[in-house]
Design a protein around this ligand. Structure first.
Ligand SMILES: Cc1ncc(COP(=O)(O)O)c(C=O)c1O
Length: 383
């Protein structure tokens, strides 16, 4: 495993990881290798850890007050990474991306409204929309040449039939694809034509591989009238437990419409999370670049290891995220593949059906871990 060594630096071994308190490490018995929930196994950026340690040491753990630093840091990050300068005055805090999306849609919808999702898509979207008692309308991505593109004609048909929202994951969890400028511009134009809201979850946006270009939805002028982005540093910098995210608009009318959200949205974010987000967006570029190098290695390693241990599996190297969306129909395990793999092979992946009923052929594997753990996971998958 010599070639794995350098890339494993900053990684903890399995025994250390098993002492962690997060859902990833507590959900299954200790003999199951967890490769499901989207948390990284890497150590958090040392600068962020030092800041948090100091806050804890100073008993600096009160409520979150005004935090212009978070909006300003996001603007700086957007400029450096995407060449886009959002208006910081239209960035608001919220607890996490889940709460942000729910509160945005709650403020703009009434019970039963139709919301378009594009399966296979992040499983919590279904939960959030159920919580709001909204009607989910699925317009699946088109898996053309393994590209998983938006079905614009299908989306237009649903807007024409009365859907009032579309909820997008961009970059897309679980397929790891980045919607193109042309696709997103088309969505923006449709939303204007049909007076529909476009809510875009951009939590994965900092995790885009070098050769790719991420398009922030609100950088498209046509998107600004009816578009709302919810995002955070929590996924890219592995801080999900800290609870802080932002809701971004870029149109004054849209911003004011969202004044219908409870003011408490802000106060329900955590102090540690808010300041950690500002720190990541301001000073996290070096750590992020190192992390992307590891993830770049790992996304290709998954391909090599599947070719070695399970050549009939189908996997397209993602453009973003640390998620491998793998067609394992070759195992002949049907929709229960992931349950059987946990029980018999002691390895946990997300079942494809979480992302849409028709995706039982797939599993989702989290490769934000060491090459050794990835190899062990894929061996268990294939055994
Ligand atoms: C697309 C997407 N949105 C949101 C989340 C969760 O974000 P938060 O913990 O801020 O609610 C995840 C977590 O994996 C995700 O993949």
């Amino acid at each position: 495993m010599a070639k794995h060594f350098k890339i494993s630096l900053g990684m903890r071994d399995l025994a250390e990881l098993q002492k962690l308190h997060s859902s990833k490490w507590l959900r299954y018995p200790g003999d199951v290798l967890p490769m499901h929930v989207a948390e990284m196994d890497f150590e958090v950026d040392p600068g962020v850890r030092a800041m948090l340690t100091e806050m804890v040491a100073n008993s600096d753990l009160g409520y979150l007050g005004p935090i212009p630093e978070a909006a300003e840091a996001f603007v700086g990050f957007a400029q450096r990474h995407w060449g886009w300068t959002p208006d910081a005055a239209q960035v608001r805090m919220t607890t996490d991306v889940g709460v942000g999306v729910v509160e945005v849609i709650r403020a703009l919808s009434k019970t039963g409204d139709k919301v378009i999702v594009t399966s296979p898509v992040y499983h919590s979207f279904y939960m959030w929309l159920d919580e709001l008692k909204l009607t989910i309308v699925d317009v699946p991505l088109l898996p053309e040449d393994n590209e998983w593109i938006l079905d614009l004609a299908g989306i237009e048909a649903q807007f024409a039939a009365g859907a009032r929202f579309i909820l997008l994951s961009s970059p897309h969890n679980p397929v790891g694809r980045i919607h193109t400028l042309a696709e997103l511009t088309a969505i923006a134009e449709l939303s204007n034509k049909y007076n529909a809201y476009v809510v875009v979850d951009e939590i994965w946006a900092p995790l885009v591989f070098g050769e790719q270009k991420f398009v922030p939805y609100l950088s498209i002028p046509a998107a600004q009238r009816r578009g709302i982005v919810v995002t955070s540093s929590s996924k890219a910098f592995s801080l999900a437990g800290l609870k802080a995210a932002i809701i971004v608009t870029q149109n004054q009318e849209m911003f004011e419409e969202l004044n219908a959200m409870p003011e408490a949205n802000h106060w329900r974010a955590s102090l540690l999370g808010g300041f950690a987000m500002a720190k990541c967006f301001n000073d996290g570029d070096k750590w992020l670049a190192e992390t992307m190098a590891k993830l770049d290695h790992n996304r290709k390693l998954v391909k090599e290891l599947l070719a070695k241990y399970l050549p009939a599996a189908k996997y397209v190297i993602p453009e973003s995220t640390y998620l491998a969306w793998i067609d394992v129909s070759c195992l002949g395990l049907g929709d229960s593949a992931s349950d059987l793999l946990i029980e018999n092979n002691k390895v946990a992946f997300n079942p494809g059906t979480e992302f849409g009923d028709q995706f039982g052929a797939y599993i989702r594997l989290n490769f934000a871990t060491s090459p050794e753990i990835i190899e062990e996971g894929i061996k268990r998958l294939a055994s």
